[in-house]
Design a protein around this ligand. Structure first.
Ligand SMILES: [Zn+2]
Ligand SMILES: [Zn+2]
Length: 167
């Protein structure tokens, strides 16, 4: 069998995912023997996961924060309150809800070991599990949010830097 990309080169390895023949050069192009199209799938999948986390973090924070903002500006404001108080409360609301997403992901990395205990109580138990998990996600997420933000941004840059054509 010859390399799928270099017809004149004999293949020394195969793509781990699709079994296409890879020559010595192509087999060592990435850390693991993968052809470009298969590696692109892995990269796209990981990028999508990171972008999804960014998206839901912002949505989960922004929706209640916006609701809080409109609630406060339409409510009768006490004379000692200024527009800055409204902004501040909206901002606090953002940071109460936004950490749920990174906190949830951080808790996932510890495993879902406690789920079993709640499953004893079947469906209402599972519902309780998710409610409690969301609540625990807030304090966990306050730490996890900046850490995951930096890590995910770095990872996105790394993924974007991976070459997707042979030179
Ligand atoms: Zn492949
Ligand atoms: Zn090749």
């Amino acid at each position: 069998m010859n390399c799928y990309n270099h017809a004149d080169q004999v293949s020394v390895s195969q793509c781990r995912d699709c079994n296409k023949g890879l020559c010595d050069y192509c087999a060592h192009f990435y850390q693991v023997p993968l052809c470009i199209s298969c590696n692109k799938l892995h990269i796209d999948y990981e990028k999508k996961k990171i972008k999804k986390e960014f998206f839901w973090t912002i949505v989960l924070g922004a929706v209640p924060a916006t609701a809080m903002y409109f609630l406060l500006i339409t409510a009768e404001m006490p004379p000692d309150k200024t527009i800055n108080d409204v902004y501040l409360r909206a901002l606090i609301t953002f940071f109460v809800f936004a950490p749920i997403v990174p906190g949830w992901h951080a808790l996932n990395s510890f495993g879902n070991n406690f789920k079993g205990i709640f499953l004893i109580f079947s469906l209402p138990g599972l519902f309780m599990f998710y409610i409690l998990k969301a609540m625990v996600s807030i304090p966990v997420g306050l730490i996890a949010l900046p850490i995951r933000f930096i890590r995910n941004t770095k990872r996105l840059n790394e993924l974007n830097a991976i070459p997707l054509e042979y030179n």
